[in-house]
Structures are given as structure tokens and as C-alpha cells.
Ligand binder design. Structure first.
Ligand code: TMP
Ligand code: ASP
Length: 241
């Protein structure tokens, strides 16, 4: 695809812009340099962030695709952009927790840093105005955000992605604490893993030092935010070399 084939802006989110292409089934995803947290209340621009998330997310989707996970990702286009299948996103955020931290600690008053005996899967309803509330599968079915077959497929893919990512990050001495996935359906009706997988959407702890290598550095003002993203990319890009 050439520059001239880039079409109109379809959608601008907090971290990405989506452009149409000559192919109605394909979009160009551009990663922005913006940080937001707490439902957009806290914001910052950091030059180089879009590039790092594009590189990291592309590498992770390539790894998942190679391992048989159905993904919307097609290929990395350049340093800031990637090509992906055009999908309609289910209004659900699917979170997996391997270790307790973040909202579950606040919501349930349980201890931080507890290794869970098995991965916990949670659904959140994607609605910024409501602050993405925690919901059950029954809400999703009743309000028709997804049907029974979709939810079964989404859960299967999510647990498989957790196993694949745990093993990938284990090999570079990073603990996969928790992460968020989104799913969509392409123009042929196929259910695909979509959106991004990056330090914005995962919690990564250094296995040796426990250092936070993800967006919690921004959320909690820990400093050296982009250094952490750079470190994730440095380790990922050296795999197999
Ligand atoms: P939480 O502990 O704040 O619920 O976050 C769980 C995981 O989901 C964590 O890895 C960060 C990710 N996440 C997002 O990607 N987007 C969001 O809007 C939120 C709240 C969390
Ligand atoms: N992604 C959400 C926001 O941009 C919340 C978060 O990740 O903390 O506001």
C-alpha cells in the first residue's frame, strides 16, 4: 500500500487513529504519543510513545498469529502504523489477572501482589461515560453485547493468549501480571482478537527487581515512563537473536 492509498480518518481514540485504505476490509492504525489514565482525566504527550507501542504491539500480535490465535493484525506498515482487518468491536474489555493489583485490590480489599491459583477473567462494559463498569457474562448476554458462542470463543482465546504471553514474557524475565483484550468481528463475520497489546494495556513487572515496566509508571507518577516502554521493546526485539 502506498502513502496515496491512505484514506480518511475513520476514528480517533485516546491512543490511536484509524484510517480507511483502498481495501474496505483493511484499516491503517496509527499509534499516538498520548498518554491517558483514569478514564481520560490524566493526560500527557510523550514523544516516541506511539512508535514504541506500535513496535511492541506488532511484535506481540505477530507472535500470537504464529501460534494460531485469530488476530485482526495484518502487518506493521512503518514505525508508527500497522495494517489491520476492519472489525466491529464488541463493547467488552476482557481482563485477565494472574497477580492481584490495580482495581481488584481497591474493589475487593484483597492483598496486593498475591499470585492467584488460576487466572481470573473479568468483563468490563466499554463505555467511557460510565467509566467501563465491571459486568458479568449474564449482562453481556441479556443486553446482547455478545452471544453465548461469542463469549465461549472469547474466553477460550483469552486463556490461550494468557498462556502464550506468560511464556513469551517469562523468556525475557518479565512477569505478566494482568492485561486487557478487546475482540471484534471482521466483514466476513469472523471473531478476531483486536485493538492493541502493549505496556498501556498490560502490567509487566521485572522478574528480578519487581520494577514496573508499564503504564502504572504514568498512572502513579513513578517517572521514567518511556524508559520502561523502551526496555520492553529492547527485550522483545532481542528474542531469537
Ligand atoms: P485495572 O486493575 O485497572 O482494572 O486494570 C487491569 C488491566 O487492564 C491492566 O493491565 C491495565 C488494563 N486496562 C486497560 O488496558 N484499559 C483500561 O481502561 C483499564 C482500566 C485497564
Ligand atoms: N485507559 C483508561 C484511560 O485512558 C484508563 C487507564 O488505563 O488507566 O483513561
Amino acid at each position: 500500500m502506498s502513502e496515496s492509498e491512505e484514506k480518511s480518518l475513520l476514528y480517533e481514540g485516546k491512543a490511536k487513529k484509524l484510517y480507511s485504505t483502498d481495501d474496505p476490509n483493511v484499516v491503517l492504525v496509527e499509534y499516538k504519543d498520548s498518554f491517558t489514565a483514569f478514564n481520560g482525566e490524566k493526560r500527557a504527550e510523550m514523544s516516541g510513545k506511539g512508535r514504541l507501542n506500535n513496535l511492541i504491539s506488532s511484535a506481540i500480535f505477530e507472535y500470537l498469529a504464529k501460534n494460531g490465535v485469530p488476530v485482526h493484525f495484518i502487518e506493521r506498515f512503518d514505525e508508527l502504523r500497522q495494517l489491520a482487518a476492519r472489525v466491529r468491536i464488541f463493547p467488552l474489555e476482557v481482563v485477565v489477572r494472574n497477580i492481584t493489583t490495580g482495581s481488584i485490590v481497591k474493589r475487593l480489599g484483597i492483598a496486593e501482589g498475591m499470585k492467584l491459583p488460576r487466572p481470573l477473567l473479568e468483563f468490563y462494559y466499554k463505555d467511557d461515560a460510565l467509566g467501563d463498569p465491571l459486568v458479568t457474562e449474564d449482562h453481556a448476554l441479556l443486553f446482547e453485547w455478545a452471544d453465548e458462542t461469542d463469549l465461549k470463543t472469547i474466553k477460550e482465546i483469552t486463556f490461550r493468549v494468557n498462556e502464550l504471553l506468560k511464556s513469551l514474557f517469562d523468556s525475557i524475565k518479565i512477569v505478566l501480571v494482568d492485561f486487557k483484550l478487546e475482540f471484534g468481528r471482521d466483514n466476513d463475520g469472523k471473531l478476531l482478537l483486536a485493538d492493541e497489546i502493549s505496556p498501556d494495556t498490560c502490567r509487566f513487572w521485572d522478574a528480578l527487581t519487581g520494577d514496573r515496566l508499564d503504564k502504572d509508571r504514568f498512572r502513579k507518577d513513578l517517572g521514567n515512563v518511556l524508559d520502561a516502554y523502551e526496555e520492553i521493546w529492547r527485550r522483545l526485539s532481542r528474542i531469537g537473536k
